[in-house]
Design a protein around this ligand. Structure first.
Ligand SMILES: Cc1cc2nc3c(=O)[nH]c(=O)nc-3n(C[C@H](O)[C@H](O)[C@H](O)COP(=O)(O)OP(=O)(O)OC[C@H]3O[C@@H](n4cnc5c(N)ncnc54)[C@H](O)[C@@H]3O)c2cc1C
Length: 301
C-alpha cells in the first residue's frame, strides 16, 4: 500500500479516525499489532466519511467484527480498520423475521430469538462473533449455518462513494461452507433472518445443551476457534491429532491439547508465533497424511 493513500485517507478522516490503534485487543486472540488508522462507525456521518476516504484514497480496508476469526500480524495492518459501534447492535423481531445490526453478538441473537418464541438461530449461541462476521463467514455449527436462515443483508461497499446500503438477498451472497461473496471493502450493516415459531422452553434447553457441549469440548483462552476448515467428510481436528501434532508449540503459540484444530496464544504472546504454528501444522499434515488443510481464520497483515 502506498504511503500517500494512507496519508490522504488520514487527511480526509481527520475528524473521525484515530492513528495507530491496537487491533489485537479487538480480537479473541488478543495478540497482533496496530491498525494505521481506525474508525468506529456509529452512524451515517461516519459511514459517509469512510466511503469518501476509501473511494478517493484507495486505502486498504479491514472490517473488524468481534475479531473471533482474525489473526492480525505483529506488524499490524497498514491501512484503515473499521468496526461497527453500538448504533449497529440492535435486534428486533416482527412476526417470524429477526433483524439484527451487523455489530450484534451472535449469542445475543440466539437468546433473543428464543425469548421471542422463535426457533432456528439457537446454534449461534456457540459462535462468539458478530452478525456481520457470521454473514461474511457463513458461520455455523451444530448442524446449522447462517445460510439456512439468512433472508437478506444490508451491505455498503466502502470503496464506492455512496454510503447507501444495498439489500442483498441471501441467494445472491454465494454462501457456502465458511465462504461468502462479502469482500474486504464490504460492510454488513444489518441482516434479516427468516425463523419459525418455536417453544421458548425447548429453545432455552437447546441453548443450554450447546453451551454445555462447547464447555466440554472446546478450550478456553486466546484462540479464534477452528483454524482450518474441515475437509469433506472428515475433521481437521482429527487429522491434526492423527498427525501427532496435539500440543505442538512454537514460542508463545501451541496446538491445543483439548482440540487439535484450535491453536492457542499465550497471554502476552505473539501473532507471528501463531502464524508459524498454523503454517508448520499445515505443512507437516500435508507431508505426513497427504491432506492439504485450508486455513479458515482470516490472516491480516
Ligand atoms: C471459541 C470460538 C469458537 C468458534 N466457533 C465457531 C463455530 O462454531 N462456527 C463458526 O462458523 N465459527 C466459529 N468461530 C469463528 C468465528 O466466531 C466466526 O467466524 C464468526 O462468524 C466471526 O465473526 P466476527 O464478528 O468475530 O468476525 P471477525 O473475526 O471480526 O472477522 C471475520 C471476517 O468477517 C469480516 N467481517 C466481520 N464483520 C463484518 C461486517 N460487519 N461486515 C462485513 N464483513 C465483516 C471480517 O472482515 C473478516 O473477513 C469460533 C471462534 C471462537 C473464538
Amino acid at each position: 500500500m502506498s504511503a500517500p493513500a494512507l496519508e490522504k485517507a488520514a487527511e480526509l478522516l481527520e475528524e473521525v479516525a484515530r492513528r495507530d490503534v491496537p487491533v489485537g485487543p479487538l480480537t479473541t486472540y488478543r495478540v497482533g499489532g496496530n491498525a494505521a488508522l481506525f474508525v468506529e462507525i456509529d452512524g451515517e456521518p461516519d459511514l459517509e466519511a469512510v466511503c469518501t476516504a476509501v473511494s478517493v484514497s484507495g486505502v486498504p480496508v479491514l472490517v473488524v467484527g468481534k475479531g473471533s476469526n482474525l489473526l492480525v500480524a505483529d506488524a499490524g495492518f497498514p491501512g484503515l480498520a473499521v468496526q461497527l459501534g453500538e448504533g449497529f447492535t440492535g435486534i428486533t423481531t416482527e412476526d417470524t423475521v429477526l433483524e439484527a445490526g451487523g455489530g450484534a453478538a451472535c449469542p445475543v441473537v440466539a437468546r433473543r430469538s428464543v425469548a421471542a418464541g422463535l426457533t432456528g438461530m439457537e446454534w449461534a449461541v456457540g459462535v462468539p462473533g458478530s452478525v456481520g462476521g457470521a454473514v461474511a463467514m457463513n458461520a455455523g455449527g451444530h448442524g446449522s449455518e447462517t445460510k439456512d436462515r439468512l433472508a437478506a443483508a444490508d451491505v455498503v461497499d466502502l470503496a464506492s462513494a455512496s454510503p447507501q446500503p444495498r439489500s442483498i438477498p441471501a441467494a445472491d451472497l454465494d454462501l457456502s461452507y465458511r465462504h461468502s461473496a462479502i469482500g474486504a471493502s464490504h460492510l454488513v450493516l444489518r441482516a434479516r433472518f427468516a425463523l419459525d415459531r418455536g417453544d421458548p422452553e425447548e429453545g432455552a434447553a437447546r441453548i443450554a445443551e450447546i453451551v454445555r457441549w462447547r464447555r466440554e469440548n472446546q478450550p478456553g483462552g486466546q484462540n479464534a476457534g477452528s483454524i482450518f476448515t474441515n475437509p469433506p467428510g472428515d475433521s481437521a481436528g482429527r487429522i491434526i491429532d492423527a498427525a501427532g501434532l496435539k500440543g505442538f508449540r512454537i514460542g508463545t503459540a501451541q496446538v491445543s491439547d483439548k482440540h487439535a484444530n484450535f491453536i492457542q496464544a499465550d497471554n502476552g504472546g505473539s501473532a507471528d508465533d501463531v502464524r508459524r504454528v498454523i503454517e508448520t501444522v499445515r505443512d507437516l499434515v500435508a507431508r505426513r497424511t497427504g491432506i492439504e488443510l485450508q486455513v479458515e481464520v482470516r490472516l491480516v497483515g
